[in-house]
Design a protein around this ligand. Structure first.
Ligand code: CTP
Ligand code: ZN
Length: 153
């Protein structure tokens, strides 16, 4: 078989977030502040994908996400694959799944919500409807389409 070069260089240790919809890679980087840590990160945008047409990919060296953190990615990339890399080998591979709730990460878009006044940990309950993923604030009980958070954050 001919040797094909990877579109983004392989990493020795860390996590590869693969199969991110094209356009979401930058949002994920910013939203989860991945570049705020000290680890090397390489990013590929608009890469050709066998299954997706185009995809983004994020490689975070020397970092392993716990499953809770990884599943938060499903809000932005529901078909993302998490690959844990050790000594250049994929030692674990799993698809993210949409969590039932998301804690502490998102601010409530409702400016009258108590969570924007008091120092509480935000919490949203997550469900899927015909119009997409819906997040319901634990405090004000208002529901918001996930797309709204994409635009805000
Ligand atoms: N990867 C990497 N560094 C390594 C090993 C793998 O960056 N040392 C990346 C690959 O470039 C790929 C992802 O991790 O984007 C998963 O690797 P692999 O399972 O070998 O690729 P595929 O079989 O194409 O994955 P899938 O079937 O999930 O599409
Ligand atoms: Zn609220």
């Amino acid at each position: 078989m001919p040797q094909h070069k990877l579109q983004v260089e392989a990493i020795a240790h860390g996590t590869v977030i693969d199969h991110i919809p094209a356009g979401m890679g930058i949002r994920i980087l910013k939203f989860f502040q991945l570049s705020d840590q000290d680890h090397p990160i390489t990013v590929g945008l608009n890469l050709r994908s066998k299954h997706q047409g185009k995809k983004d990919i994020i490689k975070v060296e020397d970092t392993v996400f716990d499953v809770t953190q990884a599943n938060q990615l499903a809000l932005f990339a529901k078909d993302a694959t998490i690959n844990v890399i050790d000594n250049y080998e994929v030692v674990e591979k799993y698809r993210v799944t949409l969590p039932d709730a998301i804690d502490s990460v998102l601010a409530c878009p409702n400016s009258n919500c108590i969570s924007n006044e008091e120092p509480v940990n935000t919490k949203f309950h997550i469900s899927e409807s015909a119009s997409g993923v819906v997040l319901k604030c634990h405090y004000c009980e208002k529901s918001f389409n996930q797309r709204l958070f994409n635009e805000l954050n």
